[in-house]
Write a protein that binds this ligand. Structure first.
Ligand code: NAD
Length: 502
């Protein structure tokens, strides 16, 4: 069987009304100093519904002047925001969480319409957003600096934790609202103010968030400038009044931000790409593994930096595993948001990304890689690609090496534990990984040897606000979520008092 022999699945289409009415859309323009303002920009970007290819609206391509206005507002607002007692900032962030929860329904529809993701996935995103704000609202009250102590004679040392100042935030299109929340909540919790640039492809939920919070968050504390990475993102990176840039995005954008930030030596917080290895040993519960990887490999159409996209399975059970996994993936219902509760996978986010993923599939087919399910785009309107499992993948093949970021999981085989670990680590990325085995000892040992910021045992893609998320190696540095994120968005100051009496 070759890629072209496979009969593609079909797209389940929605029959009802459009997901959005004009009243659901946020106001046009940037959100600066507490209100929506028109851009200095003459040009705009079309915001497209990827499941229908229809244009939803246009947003401004912000300019350097827009960035400057927003940074000026954030800078002016920071001293008062940073001086609030933890209790006051915490109460305010709880109100933010409440407001988001009250408007969950419209946020879910906006996110689904703009990204094409199933409503259930968008609901998870909104639930996660609320929980991120609640966690940070609580955590900020529980954080203290290191204990005071005497480390030089007659001198008392105190360590103060301070905000950094103004943080520039740049977010991607795969989880627009959730990634914004992962930045906004700890940045504000730590006493900073911020300017956020959402992805030009998916700005709607971030703008809606600003609209919903306008009467809660003081003017200037949270600012949104829409536009393109090389202008607005780079503008924030270069701006002398921005103290840190936090980016979630691709490795290339991470490099651009790190280079841009080098000039002013501002701090950089990078959450970049992933290509998670999934090591399945012969003693694993193969049925449970196949079921779990159906979710972890294809959630959000595989447009997920932690996706379980690269399986390494022990040779002796490879055929059995591939049969079980293929059977799981064949059951996935692909469809438009609103086409039914059974829709598990939506389209890719854009024509450009669809072309990129189909390019990977074509080159894999040309290289002799075989699809046991999927392997091609789906017919009709929208950027749909069939959930795909690729086998007969030779070591070092492009599809198993580069981040595809689509509904494609590759399966390679290994024969020894050392080989599995060597190949799992043989990637410039190191965001996440998983190991599947019924042996507790082996699981624990292999975890230590896998070079990734998160390693699951008999699980994949399970996250919680209490624990950190972030990569090693080319996946960047800095941690989202948990108390570690609060640390990243704070600075420590040592204060020493001489209390000698003579
Ligand atoms: P992208 O890098 O193309 O865009 C991300 C953001 O960076 C966008 O807002 C974009 O406008 C901006 N940008 C682009 N060039 C820039 C520049 N020169 N300076 C400043 N900003 C710039 O990424 P994407 O395609 O939106 O998202 C997918 C990528 O994000 C994948 O690689 C994925 O793995 C990664 N991602 C990582 C995590 C994580 O937690 N590690 C989470 C989600 C997504």
């Amino acid at each position: 069987m070759t890629l072209t022999d496979l009969k593609p699945a079909t797209v389940q289409r929605a029959t009802g009304d459009s997901l959005l009415t004009p009243a659901d859309l946020p106001p046009a323009g940037h959100f600066i100093d507490g209100s929506f303002v028109t851009s200095e920009a003459a040009d705009t970007t079309e915001v497209v519904d990827p499941s229908t290819e229809r244009v939803i609206t246009q947003v401004a391509n912000g300019t350097a002047d827009d960035v400057d206005r927003a940074v000026t507002a954030a800078r002016a607002a920071q001293p008062a925001w940073g001086a609030l007692l933890p209790k006051a900032r915490s109460e305010l962030l709880h109100r933010v969480a409440d407001r988001i929860a009250e408007h969950a329904e419209v946020l879910v529809r906006l996110e689904s319409a703009n990204t094409g993701k199933p409503l259930s996935v968008a609901q998870d995103d909104v639930d996660g957003t609320v929980d991120t704000f609640r966690f940070m609202a609580g955590a900020l009250r529980a954080t203290t600096s290191m204990a005071a102590g005497e480390y030089a004679e007659d001198h008392l040392s105190l360590i103060l934790r301070e905000p950094l100042g103004v943080v520039g935030v740049v977010t991607p299109w795969n989880y627009p609202l959730l990634m914004a929340a992962w930045k906004i909540a700890p940045i504000l919790a730590a006493g900073n103010t911020l300017v956020i640039k959402p992805s030009e492809q998916t700005p709607l939920s971030t703008l809606k968030l600003a609209e919903l919070l306008a009467d809660i968050v003081p003017a200037g504390v949270l600012n949104v400038v829409t536009g393109l990475g090389p202008v607005v993102g780079a503008g924030l990176t270069a701006h002398p009044e921005v103290d840190m840039v936090a980016l979630t995005g691709s490795v290339n954008s991470g490099r651009a931000v790190a280079r841009g930030a080098a000039e002013s030596l501002k701090r950089v917080h990078l959450e970049l790409g992933g290509k998670a290895p999934v090591v399945v040993f012969a003693d694993a519960n193969l049925k449970a593994t196949a079921e779990a990887l159906r979710v972890a490999g294809f959630y959000n159409s595989g447009q997920e930096c932690g996706a379980a996209c690269r399986v390494l399975v022990e040779e002796s059970v490879a055929d059995e595993f591939v049969a079980l996994f293929t059977a799981q993936v064949q059951q996935i219902v692909v469809g438009q948001p609103g086409a039914g509760d059974d829709v598990e996978v939506g389209p890719l986010v854009s024509r450009a990304h669809y072309d990129r993923v189909t390019g990977f599939l074509s080159r894999a087919a040309e290289a002799g890689v075989r699809a046991t399910v999927g392997g091609a785009a789906l017919e009709g309107t929208g950027y749909f690609i069939a959930p795909t499992v690729l086998v007969d993948v030779p070591e070092g093949a492009e599809c198993a090496r580069d981040e595809i970021f689509g509904p494609v999981v590759t399966v390679e085989t290994f024969s020894t534990e050392d080989e599995a670990i060597r190949r799992a680590n043989d990637t410039p990325l190191g965001l996440s990984a998983s190991v599947w085995t019924e042996s507790g000892r082996r699981g624990h040992d292999v975890v230590r040897r896998l070079d990734a910021g998160t390693v699951w045992v008999n699980a994949h893609l399970v996250l919680a606000n209490e624990v950190p998320w972030g990569g090693f190696k080319g996946s960047g540095y800095g941690r989202d979520l948990s108390l570690y994120a609060l640390d990243d968005y704070s600075r420590t100051k040592h204060v020493m008092h001489n209390h000698a009496r003579s």
